[in-house]
Design a protein. Structure first.
Length: 334
């Protein structure tokens, strides 16, 4: 089985809400959407009139953490499952795509009803390497994204890792492993169901060659390699030229996936092993036909997400190519 979807709200979607986006995705005959967790703001405030309610019961609010004073008066995080008390401080998330846990629950039911598989992508500029303030912020965003993904029924949460900076690649790997283990621990503590995935990158200065992502997945059990074929093609100076090149990638990641794959595809321009621009699929030298042949030959259960600037147009274009190739294959069997 294969699904096609898009990374974000369809460009043609007039309402620009998640509800509109899910409905439009279904209406176009697509079956997956990656929610972009990008324009967010988190503010700290005191509990006002919500005492006795759990954070999920508070209307018109997404509370992602509760800080409660201990006997010494030091505020410590307690999660979002306990009823709020008078002296609590809450971290409230403001997001342009949803305003409450009740709304997320409705969206979860809608996506299930319309057979639109949801995933969530955290901010593109992340830092799980330097262990500075930006790393702390990045870890928080992934945890908060995990909470939202869990409530909306998203299957995976996709993340970038960040620049090497002044660190050696070995030290960068060590820091990333420690931080991803922390994220695994937090996801377990919060009982978050979405699986953590880490995406390959398209530039030499950014952590995330295919080999690095595979090494990370070996060091931290239970996380997933997210393959973005445009990024791999750019980082390897155009190595994906034939179906066998795609097949080799699936063979490398197969042990980390059980019964399905989740990948990104787009056109891409590159120079000296660095992505210069993500492009529509018809541009550049990365051909979807080769991936389509590989998927059909192996009968992969797979979700292919269009990360092209032409979002839904290229998602539908990929579906059309897949159906044409499948029709020809079936005709030859008769």
């Amino acid at each position: 089985m294969y699904r096609f979807g898009l990374a974000g709200i369809p460009l043609s979607c007039k309402g620009r809400t998640l509800k509109d986006a899910i409905e439009d995705t279904h209406r176009m005959g697509l079956h997956a959407m990656e929610i972009q967790f990008l324009r967010v703001n988190v503010q700290e405030r005191n509990v006002v009139d919500e005492v006795g309610l759990t954070p999920k019961e508070v209307e018109n609010s997404i509370i992602v953490e509760v800080l409660r004073p201990d006997e010494e008066g030091n505020y410590r995080p307690i999660g979002i499952n306990s009823p709020l008390e008078e002296d609590d401080i809450v971290l409230e998330l403001f997001w342009n795509l949803a305003s409450s846990y009740m709304e997320l629950a409705v969206l979860k039911d809608l996506a299930k009803e319309l057979d639109v598989q949801l995933t969530l992508h955290t901010p593109y500029y992340m830092d799980l390497i330097s262990n500075g303030e930006l790393t702390e912020n990045s870890l928080n965003y992934i945890v908060w994204g995990g909470i939202l993904a869990n409530e909306v029924g998203a299957k995976y949460i996709v993340n970038h890792i960040g620049l090497y900076g002044s660190l050696s690649k070995s030290q960068a790997m060590k820091n990333v492993v420690e931080n991803v283990k922390y994220l695994k621990k937090r996801f377990k503590e919060l009982k978050l169901k979405p699986k953590l995935g880490f995406e390959v990158s398209g530039k030499q200065s950014v952590f995330g060659s295919l080999e690095e992502i595979l090494q990370l997945c070996k060091k931290v059990k239970g996380i997933l390699p997210i393959i973005n074929f445009a990024h791999i093609h750019a980082r390897t100076n155009g190595s994906l030229k034939e179906p066998k090149d795609f097949q080799e990638i699936f063979e490398k990641i197969a042990s980390f996936w059980k019964d399905e794959y989740y990948v990104h595809f787009a056109g891409v321009f590159y120079e000296n092993g660095n992505e210069t621009m993500i492009a529509p699929i018809k541009r550049g030298d990365l051909k979807f036909e080769h991936l389509a042949h590989t998927i059909l030959e192996n009968e992969y259960n797979i979700t292919v997400i269009s990360s092209s600037p032409l979002l839904e147009h290229d998602a539908l274009y990929m579906r059309t190519i897949m159906e044409r190739i499948l029709t020809r294959k079936l005709a030859r069997r008769k």
